[in-house]
Design a protein around this ligand. Sequence first.
Ligand code: G6P
Length: 614
Amino acid sequence: MCGIVGAIAQRNITPILLEGLRRLEYRGYDSAGVAVLTDDEHNNADGILRVRAVGKVIELENALEATPAAGHLGIAHTRWATHGKPAERNAHPHISGSLAVVHNGIIENHGPLRKKLIGLGYEFVSETDTEVVAHLIAHYYAESQDLLGAFRTALSELHGAYALALIHQDEPHQLYCARMGSPLVIGEGSEEHYIASDPLALLQVTDRFRYLEEGDHARLNNNTCEIWDRDNKSVNRELKRYEHAAFSMEKGEYRHYMLKEIYEQPQAIRDTLSGIVADDHVLTAVLGPDAEERLGDIENIHIVACGTSYHAGLVARYWIEGQAGMPCTVEVASEYRYRTVVVPKNTLLITISQSGETADTLAALRFAKDQGYLATLAICNVAGSSLVREADWRLLTHAGPEIGVASTKAFTTQLVALLWLTTALAQVRGKNADVIANNVKALKQLPEIIEQALTLDTRITTLAERFASKDHALFLGRGTHYPIAMEGALKLKEISYIHAEAYAAGELKHGPLALVDENMPVVSVAPGDSLLEKLKSNLEEVRARGGQLITFACETIDQSEESNHEIISLPWVEDCISPILYTIPLQLLSYHVALVKGTDVDKPRNLAKSVTVE
Ligand code: G6P
């Protein structure tokens, strides 16, 4: 979490920093700040000018109107508090003498370092772990007058995770940065360089990036970009073009990014499928030239992910075991990484992540490397992310940038990628060709079917008005729709702050039924699959206790509404894509409930889009 931007240019860089922060706000938004090395041309003064504000980036913009800061070199930060509450004194950049730093991550040994620096006479004005870094570099610089050397020595003493940027008054033409465990990219412009936690922040000025690797540090000026690895060996990191330029970063006609992203799902799915499906089979070459052989060797699958991506994995388990006949387990990364894992022979580890930078998922991948897996595969939406770079194989979703904190199009494209993978596994294992052709046909129909589902928007808006007054809600589903119910409950919690829980419908009578009364809405996902009759009897259990039922059901099933039971119908689809379709109305429901409640849909309280700390 937290977002970093930095720039060095011939022109005034403050507008670039501010626009970068606006685009990074999804990473944290409790305070923000900039530090600019001012110059005679812009400010009639030399030195570091820092402006910080509590709250969103707009507050910083207002503060900058009162105290304009302009210059050729600067760093900026938007914060998601870990050490020290949101307050101006804790907002970045942090200054020590003539230098300023911004930091994303957690310095685990900040306690002993702080003690040592206090002993050396440094005064701390914040509760952050970052201030330690500022003083540490200043301390070594005071000893050596060598900023690169001081930066390196300080880095060698830090334990934990960081992306760091540094400017110093004595080196007005150099921007320093480093990464270890938190993402950082270098953007290249015409006689300009930029850095950011996410390329999205810099698409305003460039689409050419170098991705720093773990332990790298760099020094940039207008024309040069020097990068060193963790052993201080000079290295070249390839310049790459950013791939998601097709999707706009602007909200356009939409009121929120989340709504825009919900509506972008048909296109995101088309893009994800592009080039990987033929008429009646899938094209496995996307996994590499020897993909058929590699896929053929797999006998077991372990899936690891967090949040919404974990829910995608849970759906995939039903598909992989059901269609490819392969044992599959799914686990949240924060648990997986700290336990003893038994890995059967020829097991593929799959990590799923929108950002490819989630700390627990990344740590799980690293942990898995020593556990004897056959290979690791990352399913991810960000081509240059750490997860993609560190996995053996990669399968990219092409959802385009997802800005809304609550994940929508990333989830449905993950499901598409996972159904594709299931089909590929079934294909190489010689499973029924009709099942394979059917999956492919259904996947191709999906964008159009989702377009139909999006027309439910108005009906769901009305429903949301009644829903918004509730404090709790239950979500029910069976089979592949149980994880979809979990995702529906998570969406509602995330953006409307209504307490919601999901249960496998068959579990209702083992406890949660006790909660059901006229104040408890029960949302169920009832496609016309083989489990429908079973689900219907579960719903009767709710109705008999006065619970308010809202059912998303297939248009082909009996539609007779009864008192306190609202049925919203969706088009009939093949079972395999049904969980993807039923995700859509649940996304719309949470969105409209949040609108009625007046919460901050794109930036819900306490959350961040990319959780790069543990
Ligand atoms: C955060 C986001 C969630 C997301 C989860 C995993 O909690 O708010 O929307 O599902 O991280 O993120 P990833 O990028 O790994 O999919």
